[in-house]
Design a protein around this ligand. Structure first.
Ligand code: 13P
Length: 271
């Protein structure tokens, strides 16, 4: 039996809190993109830290590279992880504009976002380059946050699962199951990013469930049950709770709302 979109939506709307049996700790990460100077970034985290100190989820902020050092200083001793917005796969060399995992680790970076749709769209990122980045992060004992998601056109053509499966499969080529179990995937439908157009609960849960099944097919049930899958795309304080209550949504990758301490803290506390 296949449920209609309306039936899926009605079920999703009724879910207000997730049964705790998944054992997956929610992870909320703020992707600052190309916003905030180092001084503004420091001020933002200084405001944020007291607001989230009681949160039970895992929390991270991903400032632009020039802000990392200053934000790291402000985060010392807090429960907020320092994340990067990318990481290159070579250890060092003539790669103008790139940043190595050793450079990031030295600053205290623990996680890095890779394969964001903006990187794919504007900077030629492919599943193959995302895969190189993922493997390099694992080798450095850092946590990749690997983003996948379909464009509006792909969704309208019924290609959502095909695209997302290709991105998951390509990004994880040659990655071992214990590594996948400890990493983070982020489902970010491109049409919901920065548009204020959030995926409906049913749409988001449906793709998250599909991603978990791809991981089970590629690896095994245990890996698929362990991997955390964030949702990203216009997550705000007023929609976070219901999104995070969906059975296969284990956190959020937050853009615009992460630039305001109160909003980002409210999302963290909703988890
Ligand atoms: P918005 O929350 O601004 O839609 O951005 C989502 C995103 O791209 C996070 O990586």
């Amino acid at each position: 039996m296949r449920l209609t979109d309306n039936e899926i939506e009605a079920i999703a709307q009724k879910i207000v809190s997730k049964a705790p049996q998944s054992g997956r700790r929610p992870i909320i990460v703020g992707n600052w993109k190309m916003h905030k100077t180092p001084a503004e970034g420091e001020a933002l985290v200084r405001q944020l830290i007291p607001l989230v100190e009681g949160a039970s989820c895992e929390i991270g902020v991903a400032p632009a590279f020039p802000c990392l050092d200053r934000v790291a200083g402000a985060l010392a001793g807090s429960n907020v992880h320092l994340c990067a917005q990318n990481a290159f796969w070579e250890a060092e060399g003539a790669f103008t504009g790139e940043v190595s995992t050793a450079m990031l680790k030295d600053l205290g970076v623990t996680h890095a976002i890779i394969g964001h749709s903006e990187r794919r769209q504007y900077f030629g990122e492919t599943d193959e380059t995302v895969n190189h980045r993922a493997k390099t992060l694992f080798a450095a004992e850092m946590t990749p946050i690997l983003c996948v998601g379909e464009s509006l056109q792909e969704r309208e053509e019924g290609l959502t699962h095909t695209v997302v499966e290709r991105q998951v499969r390509g990004g994880l080529q040659g990655v071992a199951n214990n590594q996948v179990a400890n990493m983070v995937l982020a489902y970010e439908p491109v049409w919901a990013i920065g548009t204020g157009k959030v995926a409906t609960l049913g749409q988001a849960q449906e793709v998250h469930g599909a991603i978990r099944r791809f991981v089970a097919d590629l690896y095994d049930a245990q890996t698929s049950a362990a991997v955390r899958i964030q949702y990203g795309g216009s997550v705000k304080p007023d929609n976070a709770k219901q999104l995070l209550a969906q059975p296969d949504i284990d956190g959020a990758l937050v853009g615009g709302a992460a630039l305001k301490a109160e909003d980002f803290a409210a999302i963290c506390l909703a988890a």
